[in-house]
Unconditional design. Structure first.
Ligand code: HBI
Ligand code: FE
Length: 286
């Protein structure tokens, strides 16, 4: 679960944990880190990322160079789907995170990784949060899914089911794959913002690739420290939205209580297995 340093907003941070982006403070070197990461990803993502993600990059005009100024980014995003990006100092408490999503605000870390740590990230930075997440938020269907997720997140707190719902976020918003025109594409922010995982998730024989099933996903453990051992594949964003929207998860959580968690790499009899992974990569790192 999320760990963050403070339980209350530290001094200078608003009650909703937001801060001014203060775009002027980013140095040329910091803009340069964005440009390197951006160039690397846009060169490899056509043919790999979902068409909906690539369209978002266009609609938001992210190719303009440097860390985006949220004032102009938000004009475009607001026009597309009514979402906004707001700056936060780092990880925020779960209820705060869900409340922002439920109100169509996406929180972004207000810092960028160092030039000597391009592939290393402890907490989500502005490249992960903006390049990874925001293009999908320019898509009307995905935008509604994220809002529904936030509302469901707030409800899950009352059921003590946050850790189950967090798996849904992990295996869709962060590490989701989609079948588009008969081929697999990536759309999860944790993949599209990572050079290594953008290749691994689609092409490596190691991980399992399994058709998406809401209950199956909510039972499946995940790892936060390395490439995933499972990816779940949706057939459409409309499917994801309809599985989630207005879903009263109370009966789902009740059913889940009677079912065991599924160990990370296990395949079940009922799974729609697209790739039965060798797990060679994970074993080599164990
Ligand atoms: N805070 N800044 C930030 N970014 C996140 O992605 C985030 C968070 N706090 C909580 C949280 N995510 C989790 O609850 C979700 O992964 C479910
Ligand atoms: Fe993320």
């Amino acid at each position: 679960m999320t760990s963050h340093i403070f339980d209350r907003p530290p001094p200078g941070v608003r009650a909703d944990w937001t801060i001014d982006q203060n775009w002027e403070k980013f140095s040329d070197e910091e803009h340069g880190v964005w440009d390197i990461l951006f160039a690397r990803q846009v060169a490899m993502l056509p043919g790999r990322a979902s068409e909906r993600f690539l369209r978002g990059v266009d609609v938001l005009k992210l190719e303009q160079g440097g860390i985006p100024d949220f004032r102009t980014l938000n004009e475009r995003l607001m026009a597309a789907t009514g979402w906004q990006v707001v700056a936060v100092p780092g990880l925020v408490p779960d209820d705060v995170f869900f409340d922002h999503l439920a109100n169509r605000r996406f929180v972004s870390g207000n810092f960028i990784r160092r030039a000597d740590q391009l592939d290393y990230l402890q907490e989500p930075d502005v490249f992960h949060d903006v390049f990874g997440h925001v293009p999908m938020l320019a898509d009307p269907v995905f935008a509604d899914y994220m809002q529904a997720y936030g509302a469901g997140g707030l409800r899950s707190l009352g059921f003590g089911a946050l850790h189950k719902l967090a798996r849904l976020y992990w295996y869709t918003v962060e590490f989701g794959l989609i079948r588009e025109n008969g081929a697999l594409r990536i759309y999860g922010a944790g993949i599209v913002s990572s050079y290594g995982e953008s290749v691994f998730a689609l092409n490596d024989p190691s991980p399992n690739r399994i058709g998406f099933d809401l209950m199956r996903v909510m039972r499946t453990q995940y790892r936060i420290d390395d490439f995933q051992q499972n990816y779940f594949v949706i057939d459409s964003f409309e499917q994801l939205l309809s599985d989630t929207r207005d879903a009263d998860f109370a009966p789902v959580y009740r059913d889940l209580e009677r079912l065991d968690d599924i160990a990370i790499a296990d395949i079940l009899a009922g799974d729609d297995v697209i790739t039965h992974g060798s797990q060679a990569y994970a074993l080599s790192r164990a």
